[in-house]
Design a protein around this ligand. Structure first.
Ligand code: S3P
Length: 457
């Protein structure tokens, strides 16, 4: 046994150290994945700002979202989990944030950081942000550029990186801003800054990204207009209107569902139903792609809940074939490329994924991480500046590698899924980042018959 194949021990709670997977049989049963991360961040921010009480059902209690909850408390909002398991938030109304007495530490959360930078812009106060080594390496100019036009000033490390300070303004200006990168975080930061800004703030997106902010703002009583223009989709909000508390139901996160989906597709004998998955049209590019690859995925019981589309997904083991994934699809599956690359390793033929430049600046360089990790698992893979090509032969890859996850939850879960179905076990150096988005991941997969275990140090 090599040093990377040290004996697995039973998992108790969390995956806080090295983790391994291998020798998995098929997955069977019904499951639910934790709440949507994007919607959970937004629910806490708007709930802890709005007047009156906001009830949040199904909030993701992942590390990233809990950081947003505590940041909102530092900014004067109230939010907590009740004894009944329901989260409640209460704010002082639009315009009612207060200066935080200390630095906001957002941990690993890029979404929390960027959206909050927008939220605090139209206030005459200074807010300090920091986070873990991954967050401190992420580019922030994409949000500081437009927020500066609205009147904020910033002190940052080189290249706009955190720790950073947002020096807000008492006289914010509404802007019309065309996004240079397809990013729901940047769009949302600007719209949230527009909340306490007089007049109409507009963001134009050349490629439409997830619209959870727009849908949720409407639910809080804010006037949000969305129209298609020759330059792209334009979303406008009228600022300085009051937000009133409401009930929010957070659906299961489609990005988290992607891991059991692909695990079921590649493990022979699998048949699972994932209940209550968010199916916002701007989030389902992975399902579209897997269906093109020949996956047996059925959407059951599609419905609208609290303004968001949801449904149940029935997934069976399938023989997949390679496809080309166009760049235009990237915004609707931006977080799903690591697990798609795993699915592609089991497919027959080449899967070429285009338009992946943004993967270089996620929690880690996911394009490089997947290319290196898959190659170490014996997969034929080629990496370009903004594309990835994975060539499968319809058989299971060799596996047997030890992967460094660089504080990034999605490659971590992707390689554990690969390891369950590969010839030899795969291990990762650190399972703890998984708790940022998918607490209980290993236990949930193992409950369906999966084979993920902590590694003895
Ligand atoms: C998110 C937007 C995406 C995504 C991230 C969550 C959001 O980031 O990768 O996990 O909640 O708005 P970008 O805006 O950088 O594309």
């Amino acid at each position: 046994m090599s040093k990377h194949e040290s004996k697995p021990r039973a998992l108790t709670s969390g995956t806080t150290s090295g983790t391994t997977s291998g020798g998995g049989g098929g997955l069977r049963g019904r499951l639910r994945v934790p709440g949507d991360k994007s919607i959970s961040h937004r629910a806490l921010m708007l709930g802890a700002l709005a007047l009156g009480e906001t009830e949040i059902h199904g909030l993701l209690e992942g590390e990233d979202v809990l950081r947003t909850a505590s940041a909102m408390r530092q900014l004067g909002g109230e939010t907590d989990k009740g004894a009944d398991g329901i989260w409640r938030a209460r704010g002082r109304g639009n315009g009612g944030l207060a200066e935080a007495a200390d630095v906001l530490d957002l941990g690993n959360a890029g979404t929390g950081t960027r959206l909050l930078m927008g939220l605090v812009t139209p206030y005459p106060m200074t807010t300090f942000f920091t986070g873990d080594a991954s967050l401190r390496s992420r580019p922030m100019a994409r949000v500081t550029d437009p927020l500066q036009l609205m009147g904020a000033r910033f002190v940052t490390r080189a290249n706009g990186r955190p720790p950073l300070a947002v020096i807000g303004t008492s006289q914010p200006l509404p802007i019309t801003y065309k996004l240079p990168v397809a990013s729901a975080q940047v769009k949302s930061a600007i719209l949230l800054a527009g909340l306490n800004t007089p007049g109409i703030t507009t963001v134009i997106e050349p490629e439409a990204t997830r619209d959870h902010t727009e849908l949720m703002l409407r639910g809080f009583g804010v006037d949000v207009k969305v129209e298609e223009t020759p330059e792209g989709r334009a979303s406008s909000i009228t600022g300085q209107v009051e937000l009133t508390g409401r009930k929010i139901i957070v659906p299961g996160d489609p990005s988290s569902a992607s891991f059991p989906i692909v695990a079921a597709l590649i493990l022979p004998g699998s048949e699972i139903v994932i209940e209550n998955v968010g199916l916002n049209p701007h989030r389902i590019g992975l399902i579209e792609t897997l269906l093109e690859m020949g996956a047996a995925i059925e959407i059951l019981n599609a419905r609208i809940e609290a303004g968001e589309k949801v449904g149940d997904l029935k997934v069976k083991h399938s023989m997949l074939k390679g496809v080309t994934v166009p760049a235009a699809r990237a915004p609707s599956m931006i977080d799903e490329y690591p697990i798609l690359a795993v699915a592609a390793s089991f497919a027959e033929g080449e899967t070429k994924m285009l338009g992946l430049g943004e993967l270089r600046v996620k929690e880690s360089d996911r394009l490089g991480a997947m290319a290196r990790g898959l190659a170490a698992c014996g997969v034929s893979v080629e990496e370009g500046p903004d594309w990835l090509a994975v060539k499968g032969n319809g058989k299971r890859p060799k596996g047997g590698a030890h992967i460094a996850v660089n504080l990034d939850h999605r490659p971590a879960m992707s390689f554990l899924v690969l390891g369950m179905a590969a010839e030899k076990p795969v291990s990762i150096d650190d399972g703890s980042p998984i708790d940022t988005s998918f607490p209980g991941f290993a236990e949930l997969i193992n409950g369906l018959g999966g084979s993920i275990a902590a590694v003895k140090p």
